[in-house]
Design a protein around this ligand. Structure first.
Ligand code: CDP
Ligand code: CDP
Length: 218
């Protein structure tokens, strides 16, 4: 059986950390789909082009260079904001769709399944995923986490600015017509606002176990 776990949710809700831990615990491959959009955005910015220009962004997505997935600036706030701009464009999403679906259907290294995290995994990329978790946390908690992350990396960060940027990105990701950020009808919501990483991981493991047990009982 090829087990597919989909985690979606807004910025800094903790989905990447959970996805990585779940992949390790269940011996599954992991794909951070946000890094694909970030790599496209970084390429457009390096080329001095406008992330809102669909033709330019689509060309960057169609010719995505795997080396760009390792760029050190991928996690910056500027690249995150531009990622959300290129991600609103249907041609960009289309160009990245096949790779994500192939990864889920045939995970690398002969592993027997995959964990993918992003915004539209449960709704568009893997609508038949075995487990779907929609990870949320309050905007203030998420901004605090991102702020601490930036400081730890030695990058300048001002909390109110990080909060405003996160809210702006959430609004754009939720309002767009193409694969907007929203929970799949059959997703289980996990609020990590009051949970540390270990508690969130235990809660996510419970959701996986309960969802698989319920599917087996059907
Ligand atoms: O880590 P964080 O949640 O801040 O962002 P990310 O997952 O790296 O995604 C960056 C941006 O890519 C998001 O704001 C979305 O606009 C876009 N994205 C998307 O549209 N669909 C996905 N499956 C993943 C990311
Ligand atoms: O992938 P996403 O943007 O949703 O979030 P993340 O990268 O998993 O988490 C963002 C930051 O919050 C990281 O520095 C995590 O260590 C931290 N975090 C936390 O403090 N508590 C949690 N329950 C989850 C994540």
């Amino acid at each position: 059986m090829n087990l597919v776990i989909a985690l979606d949710g807004p910025a800094a809700s903790g989905k990447g950390t959970l996805a990585r831990r779940l992949a390790e615990a269940f011996d599954l491959a992991y794909l951070d789909t946000g890094s694909l959009y970030r790599a496209v955005a970084a390429r457009v910015l390096v080329d001095g082009a406008d992330p809102q220009d669909e033709a330019v962004a689509a060309t960057a997505a169609e010719a995505l260079d795997p080396a760009d997935l390792q760029r050190p600036d991928l996690r910056s706030q500027a690249v995150g904001a531009a990622a959300s701009q290129v991600a609103a464009q249907p041609r960009v999403r289309q160009a990245l769709l096949d790779f994500q679906r192939r990864f889920a259907a045939r995970p690398p290294d002969g592993l027997s399944g995959a964990v993918l995290d992003g915004r539209d995994i449960g709704t568009v990329v893997c609508p038949d995923a075995d487990v779907k978790i929609y990870v949320v946390a309050s905007p203030e908690v998420r901004a605090e986490r991102r702020h601490r992350e930036l400081i730890a990396r030695g990058e300048p960060s001002i909390y109110p600015q990080v909060l405003a940027e996160i809210q702006e990105r959430d609004a754009r990701d939720s309002a767009r017509a193409a694969a907007p950020l929203k929970p799949a009808d059959d997703a289980v919501q996990l609020d990590t606002s009051e949970l540390d990483i270990e508690a969130a991981f235990q809660a996510a493991k419970r959701i996986v176990a309960e969802t698989l047990a319920a599917a087996k009982a059907e």
